[in-house]
Ligand binder design. Structure first.
Ligand code: PLP
Length: 268
């Protein structure tokens, strides 16, 4: 028996050995929110903070073998799903969610790395839309991901609303479209759109000037899953998740500034 009174959350995602994204970022986030982490690997990636060099993917069978014994102990209160490179993995997860009592997952549809490396095959994206989206508690695409999933071009908040409605019509219980990629030199704001139950909420936050921070999508989706595991409702979980990502970006901005002024510990 697992000896803990903490709620448990399971991340099903890729391993980034450099720790910036994927499972290590998810586990860090679960621990921050007082949630005991469990993890299943979909892909062993080869990367550092600069770029992705390649990956060896798990199979549906090896993913099932990782997850079933953990599910069997009946302690998983929330699930976060990240990098799913192949249709085989997507279909296996859809089967596991249907066959077991795993809670409906927070799904981060990870299509490519910040550096532009494709993390999901085309057939996997198609399987995600038809098989996994209808099982999702929440889908958390950024703008380019929402564009790929809906075929829409998203340039403003009205487009975000239309894309969110389409994604919910595809079966997701809720969707959070992250508007960070809408920002340009003249408009500095961070607007996310949450479409859930009978409501659509615009969640705006301060725009924090910083160097690109890796893993923010992983951190947000795992923070939401952690808060759900702690019994918070979806909106509270999303607000808390956004605040934690903002904190992470503020930290990175502070580190970069200290590095630039030569007085800090940026090389640590
Ligand atoms: N590697 C893995 C294993 C990931 O799960 C992700 C994102 O979810 C990435 C890389 C991409 O992260 P980034 O956007 O920081 O490049």
């Amino acid at each position: 028996m697992i000896q803990t009174t903490q709620p448990m959350a399971l991340t099903i995602a890729g391993l980034d050995p450099s720790g910036g994204a994927g499972i290590i970022a998810d586990v860090r986030t679960f621990v921050h929110f007082g949630v005991r982490p469990a993890a299943a690997i979909t892909s062993l990636t080869f990367q550092n903070s600069e770029r992705v060099f390649g990956a060896t993917h798990e199979t549906g069978a090896s993913l099932r073998a990782q997850i079933l014994p953990v599910v069997g102990e009946g302690r998983i209160a929330a699930v976060k799903i990240g990098m799913l490179p192949t249709a085989d993995l997507v279909l296996e997860i859809a089967r596991l969610l249907t066959e077991t009592d795993l809670p409906a997952p927070v799904v981060d549809p990870v299509l490519q790395s910040t550096s532009g490396y494709a993390l999901m095959e085309k057939e996997a994206v198609a399987a995600l839309v038809t098989e996994l989206m209808p099982l999702a508690r929440l889908l958390t695409p950024n703008i380019p991901e929402a564009e790929t999933l809906t075929g829409l071009e998203i340039a403003d908040e009205a487009d975000m609303r239309e894309a969110a409605a389409m994604i919910r019509a595809m079966g997701a219980q809720a969707v959070l479209i992250k508007g960070g990629h809408l920002n340009n030199e003249s408009e500095r704001y961070a607007v996310d759109l949450l479409d859930f139950e009978d409501d659509v909420k615009v969640l705006s936050g301060e725009w924090i000037e910083s160097p690109p921070v890796r893993g923010t999508g992983c951190i947000l989706s795992s923070a939401v899953a952690a808060c759900l595991a702690r019994g918070m409702n979806l909106e509270e979980s999303v607000v808390a998740g956004k605040e934690f990502v903002a904190e992470t970006i503020r930290d990175a901005a502070g580190l970069a500034q200290r590095g630039a002024s030569g007085s800090g510990n940026a090389g640590r």
